[in-house]
Design a protein around this ligand. Sequence first.
Ligand code: PGA
Length: 254
Amino acid sequence: MNYDKRKTIIAGNWKMNKLPSETYDYIKEVAAKVEGAKCEVVACVPFVNLANAIEAAKGTNVKIGAENLHFMPSGAFTGEVSAAMLKDIGVEYVIIGHSERRQYFAETDITVNKKVIAALEAGLKPIVCVGELLDEREQGITAEIVSIQTKIAFMGVDKSAFKNIVIAYEPVWAIGTGKTATSDQAEEVCKIIRDVLCDLYDEETAEGTTIQYGGSMNAGNAKELLGKYDVDGGLIGGASLKSEDFATIVKAAE
Ligand code: PGA
């Protein structure tokens, strides 16, 4: 973390968990525990939970995000939700290109790029996920994979947009598996991503961008991971579903 150069952001990713009817009370519970936090606190929740989450977050320091969007502004896309719809109800952040979306819903680097552009155009802050598969790590191509994902995600994106962009490095083998990357592994890849931003844009943009780590981050290992210079926060799945654990991670970011 480097509080002087960029924001530290702890974001929960609820995935397909918690009912809309549970959301208001749970957000209130989290908000009470993270009041006054020095870092930014975000909860990314399912589409149908968003309205209740936004209502509960009013007047608190918790920001609300969605977990996905469609890249087209409107039209015949049955079942999809646009960036403008999210913005219209008061959503601030949106996760884009999570590995589960890439794996189960056929998202590609190109659709990720389209979604990033759609989110930015609507005034949403994208949390763009990149990360290698276990096979790719074992093959020694983590740097190449993560670099190409980053380069494609930001095609056509101006450096001025980066004040509203968050990147999450999530090694796929560490997501929901209880297998966390070591803090050195997390640091190494977050630094690679920052170097890519430096090549694509400039040092100021690279140093100013929040790069989170995600993948089995929890109350026990957060402090060590967040202690690394290039790790500016976390994208938290499982541990965001328990307010006590999530609040401990937020405290670890201070
Ligand atoms: P996890 O999920 O913390 O449950 O591993 C992280 C994520 O998928 O964003």
